[in-house]
Design a protein around this ligand. Structure first.
Ligand code: MG
Length: 459
């Protein structure tokens, strides 16, 4: 079914390409565990992010932009497929995709952004962390990317037993303490990855990809390994930031963004390239100074409070995206639809999608179609947002903490109270009832997960 659909996409594209201008290029720069409050343009007082600040000044700063889950793998699954991770099965710790020795990964039946755009003649490249399955059949070049340079999973996996135990390894990290492989497609070209230079090398690879593909439409997915712990930065950034080690890491990412945007500008591609900068989930607060900040948002990574799932997002498209602060809600789940809309690709009608097309809001001709957010932890719905209201059925105060089931749900008005401090449940029972109905309707769209991982694991 998927192959037929992709062939249909190519034919559709061949039929329309003459009548239209070249569709825009897309670059998604995706950080790992970067918090809502970690950029200058999102209010951090001492981390210097001049390139991102300029990108935001020239583009759109989205202040209510969400990810599909508060941890790495399901968040990435949502971005890549436009579907909540519960639909692809990439959601549950039971499925063990979070661990390097797992057998799980992205099912063949899912259609990634790269596959959707490839059907429309796009060159597709990935640089960075994948984390949707590390076995050969799950790697990015088997799921729509022409090429991949990066690591298969998080930089704290594959702990080398010779290194210090526990937290010590993270407080003074050496790259030899981990045994993370660096791939170029199927080939492991370095192990352990020298993580000190990884942010710089990802940026260089991104520029090489842009150079090689500047004459055709392209999609580049640049998924930084940083600032996920263990933190690393190259020599030039050591002791540079007033914020300390974590600040050094963010400032190197900022420099890399500057390099990518410069490559786009100097190749004359600015007006035909949409660049989106965002993060996969909130900051890992348990790591103290080595973790980031969610700013005024409550909690961080691993929780369904806003700090876990609302991420700092900038959309840059000179000449088309009017510079402004956008308070409409948006989500990484919307990027597949948005890109397909801008590229003239039709998505198949054989599955449920959880995203919408943000292109009218980006162009300034209409509102965001998103009016709800579903907050999952694993395969359990913890909270739902509709308009300004957010209701928690369950919550955890921090990553790894025990969950609390709220007999009377917690209710917050996020536009008045983005920090989720004042529970209004007693005052607005009618809102609780409305949100419960939205959650109930949502649950009717869920089917038991059809996922080959289950089959693989049960063998
Ligand atoms: Mg992450």
């Amino acid at each position: 079914m998927k192959t037929l659909w992709m062939l249909f996409g190519v034919l559709l594209w061949m039929g329309t390409v003459e009548a239209e201008d070249r569709p825009p290029n897309f670059i998604v720069i995706f950080c790992d565990d970067l918090g809502y409050g970690d950029l200058g343009c999102f209010g951090h007082p001492t981390i210097a992010t001049p390139h991102l600040d300029q990108m935001a000044a020239e583009g759109q700063r989205w202040t209510q932009f969400y990810v599909a889950a508060p941890v790495c793998t399901p968040s990435r699954a949502g971005l890549m497929t436009g579907r909540l991770p519960i639909r692809s099965g990439l959601c549950s710790p039971k499925r063990r995709v979070l661990f390097p020795n797992s057998a799980g990964g992205i099912p063949d039946s899912e259609i990634t952004i790269a596959e959707a755009l490839k059907g429309a003649g796009y060159a597709t490249g990935m640089v960075g962390k994948w984390h949707l399955g590390h076995l050969p059949q799950y790697l990015p070049h088997r799921h729509g990317f022409d090429q991949w340079f990066g690591v298969p999973y998080s930089n704290d996996m594959d702990r080398n037993k010779k290194g210090p135990k526990g937290w010590d390894a993270f407080l003074d990290p050496k790259y030899e303490y981990w045994d993370v492989p660096l791939h170029r497609n199927d080939e492991v070209i370095e192990r352990p990855t020298d993580q000190r230079t990884i942010t710089r090398r990802y940026g260089d690879e991104a520029v090489t990809f842009i150079d090689a593909n500047q004459d055709k439409p392209f999609f580049l997915y640049l998924a930084h390994s940083m600032p996920h712990v263990p933190l690393f930065r190259s020599d030039r950034f050591v002791d540079r930031s007033e914020r300390g080690f974590y600040g050094d890491v963010i400032e190197e990412i900022d420099a890399s963004v500057g390099k990518v945007l410069d490559a786009v500008r100097t190749r004359g591609l600015s007006e035909n390239t949409v660049v989106i900068f965002t993060s996969d989930n909130g900051p890992w607060l348990e790591y103290g100074d080595m973790g980031g900040s969610a700013g005024l948002l409550r909690a961080g990574k691993g929780t369904t409070f806003e700090g876990g799932m609302r991420v700092p997002t900038i959309i840059w498209w000179p000449g088309t995206a009017k510079p402004e602060v956008v308070t409409d809600p948006g989500a990484t789940l919307d990027l597949l639809h948005t890109f397909c809309s801008l590229a003239g690709v039709q998505l198949p009608a054989d599955r449920v999608y959880d995203g919408g097309d943000l292109s009218a809001r980006i162009r300034g001709t209409g509102a965001s179609p998103r009016n709800s957010v579903f907050y999952y932890r694993g395969d359990v719905l913890y909270a739902v947002r509709s308009g300004p209201w957010k209701m928690h059925f369950r919550s955890r105060p921090r990553s790894g903490a025990k969950e609390t089931i709220h007999e009377t749900p917690l209710l917050y008005h996020l536009e008045h109270d983005p920090s989720e401090k004042k529970d209004l449940a007693q005052k607005h029972p009618e809102v609780i009832e409305r949100l419960k109905k939205i959650a109930a309707t949502h649950s009717t769209t869920l089917k038991p997960v059809e996922n080959q991982m289950e089959k693989v694991l049960s063998r």
